[in-house]
Design a protein around this ligand. Structure first.
Ligand code: HEC
Length: 119
């Protein structure tokens, strides 16, 4: 009876280890996925009305395409700031200050930032 008990213990230890490493990965993927939904929702981010990006459905061209974002924004916080309040970088911008004007919640902006970082 000792051997199977040890085996079960080992198997559950492996499952626990896998669980702790897997959870953050899936949480991040879900958040980027949620961000994409918000970015394409006309009542939320509506980023697609101005920005083109890979796989965009009939994007607008009023703004630069979102491409190579990780390379261009090594500091993720700068990217988040640009989305939360683009008037900081350009007071005359036509891009809506999503955070400052409460168009999107902080959580929404986090999710969109995760998604933009995958572009
Ligand atoms: C009304 C048009 C408009 C909408 C909607 C819009 N943007 Fe923009 N965005 C711009 C313009 C124009 C720029 C170029 C910089 C400037 O003029 O301030 C810009 C710049 C950016 C930049 C910097 C790009 C670079 O090349 O460095 C990012 C990132 C960005 N937008 C993300 C977003 C995200 C994410 C959304 C949706 C939540 C969004 N934008 C919605 C117009 C828009």
């Amino acid at each position: 009876m000792r051997k199977p008990a040890k085996l079960i213990f080992a198997a559950s230890a492996v499952a626990m280890l896998l669980g702790t490493t897997m959870v953050p990965m899936t949480a991040q993927a879900a958040s980027a996925e949620e961000g994409k939904k918000l970015a394409e929702d006309r009542k939320k981010g509506n980023c697609v009305s101005c920005h083109a990006y890979e796989g965009a459905n009939m994007p607008g061209n009023a703004a630069p395409p979102l491409v190579a974002m990780k390379a261009r924004y090594p500091d993720k916080k700068k990217l988040r700031d640009q989305i939360a309040d683009p008037t900081k970088a350009n007071p005359n911008t036509i891009m809506p200050p999503f955070g400052k004007h409460g168009i999107l919640s902080g959580k929404d902006i986090d999710a969109i930032t995760e998604w933009v970082y995958t572009l």
